[in-house]
Design a protein around this ligand. Structure first.
Ligand SMILES: [Zn+2]
Length: 529
């Protein structure tokens, strides 16, 4: 028998394994779980070199798997200059000066998320920062993304000067002599944004590291990344450099399915740290921008039923070919019409290509037409959803689409009752990659403004057990990895999280206050509070 490297004793373990739902202790051998049971049983497996952690009765769950996010974008925000909490002009300038010292001359400084209301409302100008960042173009945005500050180098790169004409739908803020101050608003941001270069690899690795570390703090041990081939290149290089503390499943654009097929033929699907095989595509836009595709018009925009961002027949041709090559399809669909069309297309693909274990995914699955729940089940389509969006959108969705359609919005309960597999995620950087908040959202449906104390559309709440499954074993199912992770049982990867409170027994409204105290990936502690 393999040597036990780690024992977790006196814990309150939610295993996710229906044959042994609860346990008190766990023995780990290297990267895998050796045994799960009572503390008395497990202690017997200790050897001379075994490390033992007394969990003091704390709650342990399988490592969280965030099924849909944009990992490197999130990482860039973390790794770039942090201006969100700068509360004075001096602090704003100091942080840019400090950050400048950590990068090569010529590298653009972006992100920031500053908020000028924190220092009384004066808009920053290029004169504040030109001397502290003389060799780096600076292009830092306000937290809402509707305006940004450029230094002189960035303005020059974008060709914006006193002679630049005003831009429709935007503002070039100018001084009394007509010279740009560095603040560009809305469409006037385009000239600089257009010339902003791709960040150097050194910054991409910094973003990768920052993202890994950050999600580990939230108890996340696996992520599903939606991105590009260049992202996958960074993941592969980062993995080789030993930067991985989070397992990654990388999706690439559907239009590149042939390249993905060739990669799999040459290299396989990757391994338990980094895998590929999924293809992402889009059917519609978003609810907030009135571009999600619905059967009926928006209530507040009665000529508009949203838009399809791809031609369904063109998508079908790509789907059919990619599916025949054994690849997995994941499609963004928000409105009920977009979802229905995807289900039509998936059903045709399954008819033409025949039965196989294909695990179609619909990303977001936000507004499902009542007739379509049964089709999710019959086609075994995974609803890949982000519960945090529910308590965000719940504040403002009803005037857009009316109560009737809201009733099947983020319809967790109806999906569960139909036996549909849900995999949960965050869509980070759009929302925070915090599974505990996601569980809170799915279980309480209390909107972020706290105006729905009993939950927005309370009939659609999930139980904590169901939400935990969607963040663990069912998210693993969505990447064909349920046999190696997603529950705590012998033989599976030793990925788990220690939480300070038992999420299944505390009052649901307090779930969001629970904290991750330790995260273990591959049998090693990657975060400890
Ligand atoms: Zn997304």
């Amino acid at each position: 028998m393999k040597d036990t490297t780690l024992i977790i004793a006196n814990a309150n373990i939610w295993t996710g394994n229906p044959d042994q739902p609860q346990a008190r202790a766990m023995a780990i051998a290297g990267d895998k779980i050796l045994a799960v049971g009572s503390t008395a049983e497990i202690i017997k497996l200790a050897g001379a070199k075994t490390k033992t952690i007394d969990a003091n009765g704390r709650f342990i769950v399988p490592g969280f798997h965030d099924a849909h996010l944009h990992f490197l974008s999130g990482g860039f925000n973390l790794a770039s200059v942090q201006l969100r909490t700068a509360e004075s002009k001096e602090e704003f300038v100091r942080r840019i000066a400090e950050y400048t010292k950590t990068i090569e001359p010529g590298t653009w400084i972006t992100g920031g998320d500053w908020d000028h209301t924190l220092w009384g409302g004066e808009l920053p100008t290029k004169d504040w920062i030109d001397t502290v960042a003389p060799d780096n173009p600076v292009w830092v945005n306000r937290l809402d993304g509707h305006m940004a500050l450029a230094n002189s180098l960035a303005l020059a790169a974008g060709g914006v000067d006193a002679s630049t004409a005003d831009i429709a739908g935007g503002t070039i803020v100018r001084d009394t002599d007509g010279n740009p101050t560095g603040i560009l608003k809305d469409n006037a941001m385009d000239p600089v944004t257009r010339v902003e270069p791709e960040p150097p690899d050194s910054l991409k690795f910094r973003a990768l590291k920052a993202a890994m570390k950050y999600v580990n703090r939230q108890g996340v041990t696996s992520i599903g990344h939606m991105g590009t081939w260049d992202d996958l290149r960074i993941f592969q290089a980062g993995y080789k450099q030993g930067l991985f503390t989070t397992r990654v499943s990388a999706n690439v654009p559907l239009s590149t399915w042939k390249r993905l097929e060739e990669k799999i033929t040459a290299e396989g699907n990757g391994d338990e740290w980094l895998r590929w095989g999924g293809l992402k595509s889009f059917m519609d836009g978003s609810l907030g921008s009135h571009t999600a595709a619905f059967f009926e018009p928006f209530i507040d925009d009665t000529n508009n039923t949203g838009l399809l961002v791809n031609d369904p027949e063109e998508l079908y041709a790509l789907y059919q070919a990619a599916d025949a090559a054994g690849l997995q399809l994941a499609t963004h669909a928000i409105g009920d019409r977009a979802i229905s069309i995807i289900l039509d297309l998936y059903s045709r693909v399954a008819d033409v290509n025949g039965d196989r274990d294909r695990r179609f995914r619909i990303e977001h699955s936000q507004h499902i037409h009542p007739k379509d729940f049964v089709r999710y089940r019959d086609l075994d389509v995974i609803a890949s959803m982000q519960p945090y969006h529910c308590i965000d959108d719940g504040r403002w969705a009803e005037p857009y689409i009316g109560y009737e359609r809201c009733k099947t919005t983020y319809a967790f309960r109806t999906l569960a009752e139909h036996g549909v597999t849900m995999s949960f995620g965050s869509d980070w950087y759009v929302a925070p990659p915090t599974p505990i908040e996601g569980i809170y959202a799915a279980v309480t449906r209390r909107t972020l403004d706290d105006k729905n104390p009993n939950g927005w559309i309370p009939e659609e709440k999930l139980t904590v057990n169901e939400a935990l499954r969607a963040y663990t074993i069912d998210a693993a199912y969505a990447t064909f990895e349920e046999n190696i992770k997603g529950s705590l049982e012998p033989g599976k990867l030793a990925d788990f999280v220690v939480i300070d409170k038992d999420l299944t027994t505390i009052p649901p409204e307090t779930i969001r206050d629970a904290e991750v105290v330790m995260t273990i990936v591959n049998g090693k502690v990657v975060f400890e509070k």
